[in-house]
Design a protein around this ligand. Sequence first.
Ligand SMILES: Nc1ncnc2c1ncn2[C@@H]1O[C@H](COP(=O)(O)OP(=O)(O)O)[C@@H](O)[C@H]1O
Ligand SMILES: C[C@@](O)(CCOP(=O)(O)O)CC(=O)O
Length: 927
Amino acid sequence: MASTAGSSTPLDSASSSDPTSLTSSLLRARPYRFATQCATVENPDPAHKDQYGASSVPIYQTATFKGMGGQYDYTRSGNPTRSHLEHHIAKISNARHAYAVTSGMGALDVIFRLLKPGDEIIAGNDLYGGSNRLIGYLRDHGGITTHHVDTTDPRSFVPYLDDPAHNVAMVLLESPTNPLLQIADLEEIARVVKRYRKDAIVVVDNTMMSPYLCRPLELGCDIVYDSGTKYLSGHHDLMAGVITCDRDDLAKGIYFTINSIGNGLSPFDSFLLLRGVKTLALRIDKQQANAVRIAQYLAHLGFKVNYPGLPSHRGKAIHDRIAKGPGAVLSFETGDIATSERIVGSTRLWGISVSFGCINSLISMPCLMSHASIDPAVRAARNLPEDLIRLCVGIEDAQDLVDDLEAALLEAGAVRVVDEAGERAVLERVRPAAAAEKEQGFVELPNARVEASGGAGQAQVPKLVTSAPGKVILFGEHAVVHGVTAIAGAIDLRCYCLAESRSDGQLSLVLPDLGYAQTWDIASLPWDRVVPGSVSLKTGPKADSPPDQELLTLLANQFVNQDQLKAVQAAQAFLYLYLHLPARPAQTYTVRSGLPISAGLGSSAAYSVAVSSALLYSHGVLPLPSPAPSPSTAAIDAPHAALVNSFAFLAEKVIHGTPSGIDNTVATLGGAVAFRRAVKGREGRVEVIQPREGRAVRFLLTDTKVARDTKTLVAGVAKRKLEEPDTINPLLDSIQRISDAAHAALTSPTLARGEQLAELARLVELNHAHLVSLGVGHAALEAVRSKTREQPWGLATKLTGAGGGGCAVTIVPDGASPDPSPTFGALETLASESDANSLEVFDDADFSDELLVSLREALSASGFDTYSTSVGGRGFGVLVPPASAVEVRSAEGGAEASAVPEKKRFDEATGEELGRWAEGVEGWVRA
Ligand SMILES: Nc1ncnc2c1ncn2[C@@H]1O[C@H](COP(=O)(O)OP(=O)(O)O)[C@@H](O)[C@H]1O
Ligand SMILES: C[C@@](O)(CCOP(=O)(O)O)CC(=O)O
């Protein structure tokens, strides 16, 4: 039943000359505060008076109403008890319309019926299990597809919103999510959605917050639903769902469904729910205060706690803006499933139960209970830890709750007593072996050089420069994440890192390419979350561990300007690495790149490798290599390169989530490789591709300049693989065959040149088509492809890297003049005359320089940037000579007086200048 909220106490007309009546009028003019609004129930029809003056709304337990033309005729369509409830819910939600149905899922079902076949939904990847089950039904029976995204990042919605191929009609959000308590910026997401699709309906499941703590309609969302079974009723003695909205058209559709299917809430349950809502504010105040206490208690013991009431929570600032309190649900990890099971089984006061919002405290393991309907592989892909314990805190005495939990933690062996002398025993967390690895991301090193970690130390090398190349994936991107072989080579666009000592106990990171700089007081970094010095040549970081999410959360709080997401990711990765090294030297790191950032050429891997090597050398974990006898001699030992690679992989994980490792491997080793990651017990493999004798294959790189995000694109493919294995797995198998064929074509000593190039072009076309089927294509990439196909060029092009925009790679037939040094290291990126509309036939020669230039001009005229670079060059490098001997060359090529690394020069030189300087300077030792 529609209802309009409003002030319960209209301003009386009062004489301004009478201060008493003016004051009293002003007092009465104030709208009631939330707790008062909850406790006072008005009749939806002010003219109607209960004949007996009942002070509680009666239960009209009747299916039918007598007579014709009355307000009610049949309870499926409307009932006075339900109308009272709906009016009350609308009032406390500050909504124009409210409806009460038989459960929270019933509410979502009613909302979903606003959609039609072919519509698409964007939803969180951390959604309530029951909602996911219904979404699965819609997919199979309603022709409605759902895309799951990371709702903590409003940008992750854009690839779907911005692509006309996606018919996004609804966005489904929860904040905080259940059970990971992640925060979605409802206000910003609603803004982003409306910017791209003004008709898309933004729906919020507000059950965790209730209208007391959050009112998403006021934040620009369209429909809000709550499971009334939870906080609204508060006693777990009824099932209900409520829906609120302001838009009349949506309200009409919602009412139509409720009336048609008959899932309006029964009179008796409406009565119970109305009674529950009266105490909503009171209950939540107490439950929330208890939850804060429990969260602090667990965090203090060293458990990883997810709760937006803790200062360390990553989304706290956003949550504080969109909600009035952190609520009363929290979750924590023990690091071990068996320990978690023992804790849950040992509590007495905390009841083991699904659901939440009850006045009694509840404990559960979501993976075994509320989220058990989600496939384990999907749970893993969505980072839902199997050992997660969810606590739904009730109104009991906080100390009793702590005592019962503490007893369970002790009985489960999750904590031990270290001092019994005081009034209350002092406890210490017992970290299960699995947890230590999981949380630190590293194997603990008994003989690590932790002695240096007590205070600010000195860098072993006061000043040094490192560099690392970007990469181009020729075949197999995305599929490589799932264990398929990919073929990639280093390109000669590089990232440079300058590390300089200082003596003020501070650490600075300067990222001029991103307009970002920040300084930290080293002592105030979260050292207690790490085992410093756990990285050494002997053990290295444990390559298959995910980064410690809690540490990342703590690090996220270190940034002054959270808006610069790219820079914050890069800085987070930098601090993450710094914290795991033995010494704590005061230093300034400045990082510059000649690579386009976020364009698919591996700028993040080049950054990670340059920073990782600078840290390892300047901290003395790796000894500086001896100068190379000649520039072409690889002088970095393989184990040293392996440590740089695995350390950098960790930074890549911080930036990307679940990278395959191909980018950092190429950025470390250089050359060209066939790379296969380790999956499901099968070993990984990196095979260096030895080019055959003869001319190098040439490639042209074109940047569409369409922004995209590797993390979201990789997650999108992973999700489709889980949800549509019959479609995706055959594509991955086919990409494996493409990579194998490309490897053979690149290295075959017998294949004629024309045949080799034709085969590569054929494979490029095929691989691109598969990438489009994986869902990572983009219109701008197709524009590049159709341009390069045009006559007189007629060349084959595919996307490279994560796709969704970014760069394309075009295979270029040979020029007239043969390359003088035909190594793989000279797989030049340039541009052939080929047969009219055929991409399969190449002449053995002469795709002239003029043709290449004209192609590049045509591409730039279409708004694209092209890059001329060679493929297969050197890997990461460290500059060994004394810093004073190093000069930077100006754009004109002349040597400048000022030495590099002078930070200012380093900051200001263009990427090309840095590249020229690096080429010109002697002393690089490279992998
Ligand atoms: N020069 C740089 N300075 C700072 N951070 C960088 C630089 N280059 C790359 N990064 C980091 O890498 C991220 C780009 O990664 P990604 O989106 O995968 O693009 P790419 O395909 O270029 O690797 C940036 O958001 C930033 O965090
Ligand atoms: C899509 C993928 O295969 C390559 C990503 O490359 P880039 O971040 O777009 O440069 C992901 C990976 O291998 O980690």
